[in-house]
Ligand binder design. Structure first.
Ligand code: DGL
Length: 268
């Protein structure tokens, strides 16, 4: 690392967690971030529960050992809905998770019909049913797995044109369901999806798309204060991007990554 400050570590299968990191950077501009993209294990959304439950804690254990982060944010709904308890049990560090914004959607809906877009692995988790039963017991929640949006967000960050037909098809996976015509809030339950916010809003201007990034950022900030972790050095910190994939694979992402404040790239 280029300076002595312990970074806040963000983990996702790819670049989706940048949606969370960006919200954190907005309220903590002087914190240094270490972003880990597990491209060697991506995508997570098509993996089994057992694969995620063993891969994510093991990887985070190695990263914690090597980079000594002050806090870990699992910036991935798939990994959290499956592996968060395993990670917390394995590591003696503050761990912040990412869960679909079912609670805020339930507080805001007027029609009582909310939608959840996530990976196939996320939407089948019992954890999602528990969140719905706890926060939105009287409402209808429609779920749809949209792995193609993960690819679309990755492609966008590589500078490719976003194919709106693919996004429209994912949205119709919700709107074509029974009660789909009454949807007024769609939860983006995968951290990749907010990176497509502009295009999603273009396709459905009346819809409210919700993600949990701002709430997660506030939670990180609270824990950093509780742990009395000092803010970074003077000036704007340069963030560090690491990947389990090969470095050549991320060269197409670099122009976009630069805009997120990354200055160093390395292989895990
Ligand atoms: N960004 C991840 C999430 O929030 C998953 C993407 C993937 O399938 O790897 O669920």
């Amino acid at each position: 690392m280029s300076n002595a400050q312990s970074p806040i570590l963000f983990l996702d299968s790819g670049i989706g967690g940048l949606s969370v990191m960006q919200a954190a950077a907005k309220i903590m501009p002087h914190q240094k971030f270490l972003y880990a993209a597990d491209y060697a294990g991506a995508p997570y959304g098509t993996k089994s529960e057992a694969e995620i439950a063993s891969r994510v804690p093991a990887l985070l254990g190695r990263l914690a050992e090597r980079y000594k982060p002050s806090l870990i944010t699992i910036a991935c709904n798939t990994a959290c809905t499956i592996a968060l308890p395993h990670v917390r049990a394995a590591l003696n560090l503050p761990i912040v998770g990412t869960v679909p914004a079912i609670k805020p959607a339930s507080l805001m809906t007027k029609t009582g019909v909310i939608g959840l877009l996530g990976t196939n692995a996320t939407i089948r988790q019992p954890y999602i049913v528990r969140l719905k039963d706890r926060f939105a017991p009287d409402y209808i929640m429609l779920n749809h797995g949209a792995p193609e949006l993960v690819n679309a967000a990755e492609a966008k960050l590589r500078g490719d044109t976003v194919n709106l037909d693919i996004l429209a098809q994912a949205l119709s996976g919700l709107t074509n369901q029974k009660h789909g015509d009454k949807l007024d809030h769609i939860i983006l339950g995968c951290t990749h999806f907010p990176l497509l916010m502009e295009e999603l809003k273009h396709l459905m201007p009346e819809m409210v798309f919700l993600d949990g990034a701002d709430g997660i950022a506030r939670q990180i900030e609270r824990l950093m204060i509780d742990n009395k972790t000092p803010p970074a050095q003077d000036g704007i910190p340069k963030h560090h991007f690491i990947t389990s994939g090969n470095l050549e694979g991320i060269s197409a992402y670099k122009p976009a990554l630069k805009g997120y404040g990354f200055a160093e790239y390395a292989q895990i």
